[in-house]
Design a protein around this ligand. Structure first.
Ligand SMILES: [Zn+2]
Length: 177
């Protein structure tokens, strides 16, 4: 699965770059090929299926996390720039929605002239999040846990949650599991 997640992460990254171009062109008042924007919008779902599959093993831990702790868990092990781009683009997508529509919540129909701006902003955030989740999952191969049972990614010696050192347990043998 690590290779598949890595490939899906790279594809999400390419879709993210294309979405940034899409968003920049829309903000600049230019046209973006309609077929490509539809593909990018639908591609979000294609990227999120493997992303959700990748975080399914974490579901018990996810249910105990709130807000940024959620990101610390599902992004754990991913490079900092990916983590930051996902969090910042999520905040930007919200800001962009408010600026484009003048509303805090609500929805914009795809016939609305503001739709391309809102949709490209959402696409950037969701592709960045999927890319980071998938990269983290690709790194997180083989379960390693700290002495308190938290998951610790490869390449790290201490737990990011409690600071305890890694317990070198055999795969599948997990405290509390
Ligand atoms: Zn821990």
């Amino acid at each position: 699965m690590a290779r598949f997640n890595q490939l899906a992460s790279v594809l999400s990254g390419l879709a993210l770059l294309t979405s940034i171009i899409w968003h920049a062109l829309i903000l600049g008042g230019r046209e973006f090929p309609a077929g490509l924007s539809t593909t990018l919008f639908l591609g979000i779902f294609a990227a999120w299926v493997p992303a959700i599959l990748a975080i399914l093993p974490l579901r018990e831990e996810i249910s105990q996390r709130r807000g940024l702790q959620f990101y610390n868990l599902v992004f754990d092990g991913a490079p900092l720039w990916m983590y930051m781009s996902a969090v910042l683009l999520l905040a930007y997508a919200f800001l962009n929605f408010v600026l484009a529509t003048g509303m805090l919540t609500g929805s914009v129909s795809n016939h609305d002239p503001r739709f391309p701006r809102v949709a490209s902003g959402v696409a950037m955030a969701l592709y960045a999040t999927a890319m980071t989740i998938l990269r983290a999952a690709a790194i997180r191969v083989g379960p390693r846990h700290c002495h308190n049972g938290h998951r610790v990614p490869q390449g790290r010696d201490t737990c990011s949650i409690c600071g305890a050192s890694v317990a070198e347990d055999a795969p599948g043998q997990r405290p509390g599991a």
